[in-house]
Design a protein around this ligand. Structure first.
Ligand SMILES: [Zn+2]
Ligand SMILES: [Zn+2]
Length: 576
């Protein structure tokens, strides 16, 4: 089957499975009221108003009933009818009546299978027997029409695939993803925490998580200096007037923490780093010969995200962007954006991401500046993407209020998609702040600002890395790179000597000097996901060697300390 045709068939199957689930629920819960039951990515859901709350035990029972209906292989039959007739048919279904009222047409279509009838545009499968492989996954509360003022319904989610194998593959990938959940691993590996006492969405980085962050930041700084960026620092709070001028107060209000008053002046936590960099630029008169100027900052910003959307490290209220602003002349924009995209590609491959997708996000509903500025900036981005022959999709309306952007979304090892780097072209803030250079003609001209991050935010990027690597970080990022394990207490001082030699070379080594059995210490290092274990006993002491093991359990046998040192240094050098 052509893949498009197959997709179409799978979409019908997912939606048909939702009707079958509704029929099962109708049999098992007389008096159930029905909301909507669309297909979604990988599956389907249906919203119900039920006489009682669902328990986890209910799902297998509903599933059993669904299998019965599928086994009976009853046809899906459609009928077109007047709204009036449909209102009678759904007289006991208030949610359906509400939907009927909203349909502009004078007639509606219904679909029927077995004892169940639904208001539906279709399309559906020919009969229930065509549903191949499905599973109900979980239930959750959902407000009718997503409106918290309307009744809370019970939503049951399911997944469905064209074959049992595809379903099994999907479920095992999900199980693997659950094992890699950064919130779970972050705790197990002692990387970070959040605290109700501190406030939701505010992250404390523990020593090991902080160490990974430092390694990334050191690498980030070095790579920026190589590429002609200057590193700067700017304050976390600033006077409200600054955010008035920028338009943040007007266009970004929903994400701002409320202002605070000091000595009669209103101050605000910064939601973005742009303005500090603008003030640094404006501290001197700049000529066309000075451009481009590239200011980079690991800048911590604060955004008010609703409690409901906060999620581990991936969605937080305080985070550090690996930010930079490039101030350039209009004729330099394409060259600079090209450089940024190649920098992005370099960073992604350094961290082991092979799959990522580019999106061109265009003008949102609330925007600043003129249409022609937006047009010009969007064209510039498009032109670079096309020149570099990069595949991209358009994300309509997803730009920031001051300009369009290219978003890069990363796919991790278990297929999750993460928001990553972005590049934004901005003609708007330079006008608002009168950010100028003196041209060859001796006159003042507005610069173009390019806002960009090459990782995203340190918090979200770490979440993504944890899940991408399942906590087994490559050697260069591992907080502890080698654990030296003395077999007996008499080997501890030799173990310390080995540790010291490694540390001298900059290798992050530790000794497990507890009076525990060797196997227990090996297990502990494996759980900690330390890449190398160096076991030392009488034989190793006598030969100035170590016995080397990997966290995978692989035994590499004996090596001299120097050989082991060189091996680990080479692995650090190689990065991913
Ligand atoms: Zn339907
Ligand atoms: Zn910016």
């Amino acid at each position: 089957m052509e893949s498009e045709e197959k997709d179409e068939q799978v979409a019908r199957m997912r939606h048909s499975a939702s009707h079958i689930m509704a029929e099962a629920v109708q049999c098992l819960f007389p008096g159930a009221k029905f909301g909507i039951g669309p297909m979604i990515e990988n599956g389907f859901y249906y919203d119900f108003e039920l006489p009682r709350a669902l328990a986890p035990d209910d799902l297998p029972v509903i599933e059993g009933k669904m299998r019965e209906i599928i086994g009976q292989d009853v046809p899906f039959v459609t009928e077109k009818m007047s709204k009036e007739k449909a209102r009678k048919l759904f007289a006991a279904q208030p949610y359906k009546l509400e939907l009927i009222d909203e349909i502009a047409d004078t007639s509606v279509t219904i679909y029927r299978q077995g004892s169940f009838t639904d208001l539906c545009r279709g399309p559906h499968l020919a009969s229930t027997g065509e549903v191949k492989a499905f599973k109900l996954t979980h239930a959750a509360g959902a407000y009718w029409r997503g409106d918290e003022k309307r009744p809370m319904l019970q939503r049951i989610y399911g997944v469905a695939f064209a074959s049992q194998k595809e379903l099994d593959d999907y479920l095992s990938l999900q199980a693997e993803a659950a094992k890699r959940d950064h919130r779970k691993l972050g705790k197990e590996l002692d990387l970070f925490s959040t605290h109700e006492e501190m406030g939701p969405g505010l992250v404390c980085w523990h020593p090991k998580g902080a160490l990974i962050r430092q390694v990334i930041e050191d690498f980030w700084r070095a790579e920026h200096r190589k590429r002609g960026y200057d590193i700067v620092y700017t304050p976390h709070i600033a006077k409200v007037d600054l955010w008035k001028t920028s338009g943040h107060l007007e266009f970004y209000r929903d994400y701002l923490f409320p202002p605070m008053e000091v000595e009669g002046q209103q101050y605000m936590l910064k939601p973005m780093n742009c303005l500090g960099h603008i003030l640094i630029y404006k501290s001197q008169l700049r000529s066309y010969r000075n451009l481009p100027l590239r200011y980079a900052e690991l800048g911590t910003v604060y955004r008010y995200e609703r409690t409901g959307v906060l999620y581990g490290l991936a969605r937080v209220r305080g985070f550090t962007q690996d930010d930079a602003h490039i101030f350039c002349r209009p004729d330099q924009v394409e060259g600079e954006v090209t450089e940024v995209l190649s920098f992005v590609q370099f960073m992604m491959s350094s961290f082991g991401f092979e799959e990522y997708h580019m999106f061109l996000s265009t003008r949102p509903d609330k925007y600043a500046g003129t249409l022609s500025m937006w047009e010009e900036a969007t064209e510039a981005l498009k032109h670079v993407l096309e020149k570099l022959d990069l595949h991209y999709e358009v994300d309509p309306g997803e730009g920031v209020f001051y300009g369009p952007k290219i978003d890069v979304k990363l796919k991790d090892a278990v297929g999750h998609v993460w928001q990553g780097p972005t590049v934004q072209v901005d003609f708007n803030l330079p006008q608002r702040f009168n950010v100028c250079y003196i041209g060859e003609d001796g006159l003042e001209h507005n610069v173009v600002m390019i806002h960009r991050v090459v990782l995203g935010a340190m918090e979200r990027f770490l979440a993504c890395l944890i899940e991408h690597y399942g906590g087994s970080f490559p050697v260069w990022l591992s907080p502890v790179q080698a654990t030296v394990i003395p077999i007996a207490d008499r080997h501890v001082s030799y173990a310390r000597k080995v540790e010291a030699e490694f540390k001298n070379e900059g290798i992050r080594a530790q000794v497990d000097d507890r009076s525990e059995r060797m196997n227990l210490k090996i297990r502990a290092a494996q759980l900690e996901k330390v890449p190398y274990m160096l076991i030392v006993g009488d034989k190793e002491m006598a030969s100035s060697g170590v016995s080397l093991r990997l966290r995978s359990g692989e035994d590499l046998g004996s090596e001299t300390v120097v050989q082991a040192k060189n091996r680990i240094m080479a692995a650090i050098e190689a990065k991913s």
